[in-house]
Design a binder for this molecule. Structure first.
Ligand SMILES: Cc1ncc(COP(=O)(O)O)c(C=O)c1O
Length: 392
């Protein structure tokens, strides 16, 4: 089957709710994807920060093959060995007191569970969130997503219970978190919003205010977690420990799985029957998650990302310095990098594609680089060449 045939089937039989590029991939290896005509692409998108260990990582393909022969699904009516082992592995990479995990199936569901947990734990119903955030598409997660473009047409949400503040604004934060606040939800870096960073003071104040006023501090690590920023979790850059973290994306390296991690004490709020999912924590997904965590620890992916990311950022800054203002800003941490290109972001994406490189454009003007974390130096240099070519 060729790409045109796939396009025809897509048009005829699928919801047209995605603005898809006309590319169709057959297989992948490391940071490379191959289309139906066997053309090779350097993938700097990684399924939107998902395929962090790259395509066809031997440890991942092996566990999928072995576990799928043993047991894929059994339900949470029974003890699940792989789920318990994956939770133990997660606890081993989380700082204390984050030690109890609830597995779900996506980032949205993780945030939904985090919010419900905070409501039940505190007996309060207000949430503080930030403009320009992204937390998911279900009613609860969408309500704390501070971008009206995602909410329009889907009201009423629970937006009346959400107090939005500017990301990074310490004064607004101080006013917004009150004794009525159940939770404050923050991304360590706003990913979908355009790779926006906040100062350490913002996160330190968030932690102090939540302690003082009895609110729970949720860090949405769906995009920043699992070594993406050069630490295992994004919050670790700010010397704070949140009450709840939500995870998904790279946790399954492509297999859909999400999780929230919190303290044993907060976790005890969800008594049997309080929350649940049929598929969440199934043996296949959790066997994969455990393997992802162990592989990341064994291969010291966090340190590798910190090193690669800072080297790439400094190369990109050199290119920006020579860009005569056409590159407006380079932002990011580790291998979550945003290049602020103004109206030229799509042009860079097109030129990259002409050169066999996939990049993502977010927030309209930002070329976002969220590659597999195992990418090679030559792929980094290939993208830099494209950027130089664009500026020429
Ligand atoms: C920070 C953040 N939270 C939540 C989500 C939603 O995750 P999912 O698409 O797995 O539901 C995303 C997805 O991009 C995200 O970046």
């Amino acid at each position: 089957m060729n790409t045109d045939k796939v396009k025809e089937l897509d048009r005829n039989y699928l919801f047209q709710n995605y603005g898809r590029q006309e590319l169709c991939f057959k297989h992948g290896e490391k940071e490379f994807l191959y289309d139906l005509d066997d053309r090779r692409y350097i993938d700097l998108v990684a399924g939107i920060a998902v395929n962090s260990l790259g395509y066809a990582h031997p440890a991942i393909t092996q566990i999928i093959a072995e576990q799928s022969k043993r047991l894929i699904h059994v339900s949470n009516l029974y003890l699940v060995k792989e789920q318990a082992e994956a939770a133990a592995a997660l606890a081993s990479v989380c700082p204390s007191p984050l030690s109890s995990t609830l597995f779900v199936n996506s980032g949205t569901e993780a945030n939904e569970a985090a919010l419900k947990l905070a409501f039940k734990r505190t007996g309060r119903s207000r949430v503080v969130a930030t403009y320009n955030s992204f937390h998911g598409r279900t009613s609860g997660a969408l309500s704390v997503t501070g971008q009206s473009k995602y909410q329009e047409g889907f009201e009423p949400l629970i937006s009346e219970a959400v107090d939005l503040i500017d990301y990074g604004n310490v004064e607004q934060l101080k006013d917004a978190v009150t004794k009525d606040t159940a939770a404050l939800i923050l991304e360590p870096i706003q990913g979908e919003g355009g790779v926006i960073l906040a100062e350490r003071e913002f996160f330190r104040t968030a932690r102090d205010l939540c302690d003082e006023r009895g609110a729970l501090f949720i860090c949405d690590e769906v995009q920043t977690g699992m070594c993406r920023t050069g630490r295992f979790f994004g919050f670790q850059h700010y010397d704070v420990v949140p009450d709840i973290i939500s995870l998904a994306k790279a946790l399954g390296n492509g297999y859909p799985i999400g999780a929230i991690v919190t303290s044993g004490e907060i976790a005890s709020t969800f008594t049997p029957g309080a929350h649940g999912t049929t598929f969440g924590g199934n043996p296949l997904g959790t066997a994969i998650a455990k393997t992802v965590i162990e592989t990341m620890v064994d291969e010291k992916i966090d340190a590798q990302v910190a090193e690669k990311g800072s080297r790439w950022m400094s190369m990109l800054h050199d290119i920006m310095d020579r860009s005569e203002g056409r590159i407006k800003e380079i932002r990011g941490q580790g291998l979550l990098i945003g290049i602020e290109m103004g109206k030229h972001a799509k042009d860079v994406q097109t030129l990259a594609l002409d050169n066999g490189i996939l990049v993502n454009v977010c927030a309209g003007s930002v070329v976002r680089l969220i590659p597999p974390l195992i990418l090679s130096e030559s792929s980094i240099l290939a993208f830099n060449d494209v950027l130089n070519q664009f500026l020429e």
